[in-house]
Design a protein around this ligand. Structure first.
Ligand code: WT7
Length: 645
């Protein structure tokens, strides 16, 4: 498979960018010619950002799994689609060829059908990083069911909220998952999430750890039994088939929950055709994938990075995608490099937080490891500091591999701003240039485009995008108004990212971090309001305020100011209780790193918490706290400064 739309030079990038902006419809139509359609589109693009309404390839019919699997069977049946590396390095690697993937996805599609799942039904997937997770995702796509993958670190309560929000009737899970030295009892978390639930009809349980699980008659079934039965239905004379549902271009493909600055996480909805184009196009261009390369994205499929760059993007491009079950530091901090050597990985794509944590172990874990197969290094999820960038460049890439800093979001489907490996220049800690079709603009608080440069020629503002690209979110599940207010109402006719950014005179962008009340903890998004709500669930907590503070490894840490009125136990056990409460309500990823008990919070006369002050104190700034004259009770600030953790 060749990629006629692969950008090969800086000149071509500029030319393609220009065409994509001047003639978006013909530009994307020509990219779309490289996919398999059951029926071609009537119209390339129809949009407005006021409702918002965004339709790409209206009238077209397709199934994304035919693009990710079937179309490769003629030439790549025996080539690996996935190479799976288990948590335990002693266990055997699994290689899933395109033919095997086709068989398993057909089988699982049949399993879903046998269990009553129909097009448009929501299927919640809560599994560890095993190939069966990819089969489950693609099996849903095959029959047109909408998958909602939930990361294995979320709590039963979080799952229950997401099941309710999506009105999901089906779940696919594992008995347990291996992650480093831990066994995580996934099915038992699902059981807790289902207490009192009346809508879930079926739970399909894949055996991974063979930990004891409860199996409820009429509701819970084993993956293995179902797959065996389904095989008899999909295989005839040694030929496996299962018809791919004919989907409209704009039919939903999946829901993925992500945090915002207010309320509960929202279900970002991506649709079939636009998402397929965008993940494939960016995969081929940003990573400069060449047929035969082994691509290793270290993310979990529970996050959008895994959806787009382990599953859909690579498979649609006919690539070989590594899938790793474990964590970078187990059995030791050389695990990634062992995997690179063992499988001759050509591209590794990971988060700055992982790089920083490995940096802390020094270079011993790298010694003697053959990393010469590497051609491209990538980062994603948060700003990368220059120190980590250079460490990655020198110790992993040996200064021979371009580093791509890819900026994007759950809502954008795939990369929006990134250099193209080896094709457009990199600049440490800068995401650099927009992808073709992406029109960024920096605005001030009033939505006016910023024009005033600082002495170095740098513009600074809130990052917005002017027009839709194929992979933009279409709605938030069940609540279109929330989608509008969250992303399209802050500034009229612009998509607002929630990020702040700089732009240099060459047109490069540097993302500086969120400007809303969203935290980025180890590359994971968590809303301050969400954490506060969870802390406030603790019986002794009166009120709380959560802010981020700089953390050497995680990027940001969670700092909570808590007004507590309980009497039971000492401060430290109360801290542990509060942390456990947050773990139960959201999941361990949202646990505060620091909890400070306070008598009051700095509020304005109208009752608004002045987070700016709390942020400064958490950051260790005690001198200049800015204007505090509007505070109701300036004295609380002094007390908070003294009690800083
Ligand atoms: C937020 C999106 C993109 C998939 C993983 C996270 C931050 C993401 C970068 C980058 C600076 C980045 C932004 C963004 N972010 N990539 N290369 N440089 N910041 O997806 O959970 O939807 O989070 O992550 O703040 O808004 P997400």
């Amino acid at each position: 498979m060749s990629y006629p739309y692969q950008i090969k030079s800086l000149e071509q990038y500029h030319a393609d960018y220009k065409r994509s902006v001047e003639e978006p419809e013909s530009f994307w139509a020509s990219v779309a010619e490289n996919f398999v359609w059951k029926k071609k589109w009537d119209r390339v693009l129809d949009w407005n950002f006021t409702e918002p309404k965004i339709e790409w390839f209206g009238g077209a019919k397709l199934n994304i799994t035919e693009n990710c699997i079937d179309r490769h069977l003629a030439t790549k049946a025996d080539k690996p689609a996935f190479i799976w590396e288990p948590n335990n390095p002693e266990e055997r690697t699994r290689v899933v060829t395109y033919a095997r993937l086709h068989k398993r996805v057909c089988q699982f599609a049949q399993v879903l059908k046998n269990n009553g799942v129909k097009k448009g039904d929501r299927v919640c997937i809560y599994m560890g990083m095993v190939p069966e997770l990819a089969y489950a995702v693609l099996g849903c796509a095959r029959i047109g069911a909408i998958h909602s993958v939930i990361f294995g670190g979320f709590s039963a309560q979080s799952i229950a909220d997401r099941l309710y929000d999506a009105q999901a009737e089906y779940i696919v899970t594992c008995d347990g998952a291996y992650r480093g030295g831990k066994d995580i009892p996934l099915k038992s978390v699902i059981d807790d999430a289902l207490i009192g639930n009346r809508t879930v009809k079926r739970v399909i349980v894949y055996t991974r750890t063979r930990t004891p699980v409860s199996m409820i008659k009429g509701r819970d079934v084993w993956w293995e039994d179902e797959m065996e039965y389904a095989l008899e239905q999909v295989e005839k004379d040694g030929v496996v088939s299962f018809p791919a549902e004919e989907m409209d271009a704009e039919d939903p493909l999946f829901i993925l929950y992500t945090s915002g600055s207010t309320g509960k996480p929202k279900g970002v909805v991506h649709t079939c055709a636009g998402y397929m184009l965008w993940t494939t196009y960016t995969f081929v261009n940003v990573f400069q994938y060449q047929p035969g390369d082994i691509h290793f994205c270290t993310a979990d499929i529970g996050w959008v990075t895994g959806h787009s760059y382990i599953v859909y993007g690579p498979l649609s491009a006919g690539a070989t995608s590594m899938m790793f079950e474990g964590i970078p530091t187990w059995p030791d901090a050389g695990r990634f490099w062992d995997i690179v050597e063992k499988h001759k990985v050509n591209c590794i794509y990971t988060a700055p937080t992982a790089i920083r944590s490995l940096m802390n172990f020094g270079t011993d874990p790298i010694k003697g490891k053959d990393l010469s197969s590497l051609k491209v290094l990538g980062t994603v999820g948060e700003p990368i500091n220059e120190e980590a960038w250079h460490w990655y460049d020198e110790n992993i890439g040996k200064k021979k591999c371009p580093i791509i800093d890819t900026w994007w979001q759950t809502e954008t489907g795939a990369c929006l701003i990134s250099n193209l490996a080896g094709v457009t220049p990199s600049k440490p800690s800068w995401a650099t240039l927009p992808m073709p079709g992406v029109q960024p603009v920096l605005v001030d608080e009033n939505g006016k485009e910023v024009t005033e440069k600082d002495e170095n020629g740098i513009l600074k503002g809130n990052l917005c995008i002017k027009a839709p690209w194929p992979g933009i979110l279409r709605t938030t599940y069940g609540d279109h108004e929330r989608c509008r207010t969250n992303y399209f109402a802050t500034y009229p006719n612009l998509y607002f990212t929630g990020d702040g950014a700089l732009k240099d005179e060459q047109g490069n962008y540097r993302i500086t971090g969120r400007v809303d009340d969203v935290l980025n903890i180890s590359g994971h998004r968590i809303g301050t309001a969400e954490v506060e709500n969870a802390i406030n669930m603790h019986s002794g907590v009166v009120e709380s305020a959560v802010v981020g503070y700089p953390h050497d490894i995680k990027g940001q840490g969670i700092y909570a100011y808590v007004i507590y009125q309980g009497h039971h136990g000492d401060e430290n056990s109360t801290r542990l209780d509060i942390n456990l409460t947050v773990s139960k309500i959201i999941g361990p990823i949202a646990k505060p790193d620091k909890i400070q008990f306070v008598k009051g919070l700095p509020k304005t006369r109208s009752g608004k918490i002045m987070r700016r002050i709390l942020r400064k104190i958490a950051e260790g700034e005690t001198g200049n706290l800015g204007d505090t004259s509007t505070l109701l009770d300036p004295e609380v600030v002094e007390e908070i400064k003294v009690g800083r953790q």
